[in-house]
Write a protein that binds this ligand. Structure first.
Ligand SMILES: [Zn+2]
Length: 105
């Protein structure tokens, strides 16, 4: 039997970590660029990497939020494709999975 309290706590911790990381990225992105052209080009490339990380972080936060909502509504762990229970092993590996492996493919 899945311990939802534990899952919820893990999801919240993960969401907080991601929130901190996204804040840091936002902060880095706001740093003024240097005037030197060569350095500026390097920094712009760095910004693209940061923006990608920020996007990935925000995407994960959204998925975690959705999972927390499902816990509250007591629909957590039910496959949105076939309505069967998602195997516990899959939820442990991917706590915000919304489908079983079969439906994910
Ligand atoms: Zn399914």
């Amino acid at each position: 039997m899945l311990n939802l309290k534990k899952v919820e706590a893990q999801l919240r911790t993960r969401m907080e970590d991601l929130g901190v990381r996204v804040d840091q990225i936002e902060h880095d992105l706001r740093e003024p660029h240097s005037q030197d052209w060569g350095e500026n080009a390097t920094e712009s490339e760095g910004d693209q990497v940061l923006e990608g990380l920020e996007e990935a972080g925000l995407g994960e936060i959204n998925q975690i939020r959705a999972a927390l909502t499902r816990i509250k509504k007591e629909t957590y762990g039910v496959c949105s494709g076939c309505g069967e229970d998602i195997p516990e092993g899959r939820l442990t590996a991917l706590p915000y999975a919304t489908t079983c492996v079969n439906c994910a493919e």
